[in-house]
Ligand binder design. Sequence first.
Ligand code: UTP
Length: 303
Amino acid sequence: MIQSHPRISKAVIPAAGLGTRFLPATKATPKEMLPVVDKPAIQYVVEEAVAAGLDDVLMVTGRNKRPLEDHFDRNYELESALEKKGDADRLAKVQESSDLATIHYVRQGDPRGLGHAVLCAAPHVGDEPFAVLLGDDLIDPRDPLLRRMIEVQEQHGGSVVALMEVAPEQIHLYGSAAVETTEDSDVVRVSGLVEKPEAADAPSNYAIIGRYVLDPAVFGVLRQTEPGRGGEIQLTDALQQLAADEKIGGPVHGVVFKGRRYDTGDRGDYLRAIVRLACEREDLGPEFRTWLRRYVTEEMQER
Ligand code: UTP
């Protein structure tokens, strides 16, 4: 059944976490600003939102918000220096991030969890469905996920989460979803969610990854949500409420993602993202691949 509601145009990007897994790099810099090859992780995320047609971006920032705001703002000094040098390529790179989208900012005073970060967006979002993109989660632009999620939300209403099948020993790192199949092979109905369960308690190996399309009813639920795992207000706990009672904000569906995704807040995944994206780059790739091949061969011989 196609339901009529406003086109989704708002994206919320939480980027106020402490990033403790990446200390000391994240002591004075948000982890979302760590470069993936030569662009900060967060720029890939904003580009993804814009590519999915979301032209109103709200970033939830925390104590180290300055670098984030500066990155998406003009830098006249740098621009004029590059102009004087006639370096048009680099000038375009500098201007790219400030021309990308209109970005609004809201501050999350205390990092009280992802659910709390999303709740900080309530006054800006108002009463319409919206997307959430975690600022440290990269989805390869060649494997579009958000557009499909928006389509599913427009079809079914309610909320949509992104799910990825992970190995059982990995599920304790994620929220896990209890699911039922639907007539679309890439879409499941979510009947329950558990944040970071032990493998034995996980309802499935479907892990929630960092993309959501949410019904605004989630705000009301988040206001009532007590701190959960880790003492933080968990978005997963609020989504569990929505999944358990469709009357609150419609059903919860999941889009099963099989593409390339990197959690840049995790050091191993961060390194893999850089190696992979560098290998694929036209400018850096050929030389880097040659070096990498030689390095791996020599490493294998030594071990
Ligand atoms: P993470 O779960 O990765 O938390 O947040 P974290 O605290 O930043 O990282 P670690 O575990 O200490 O290394 C997922 C996303 O939610 C944001 C983070 O910035 C990240 O983009 N977040 C998390 C907030 O905006 N506020 C919070 O209170 C918590």
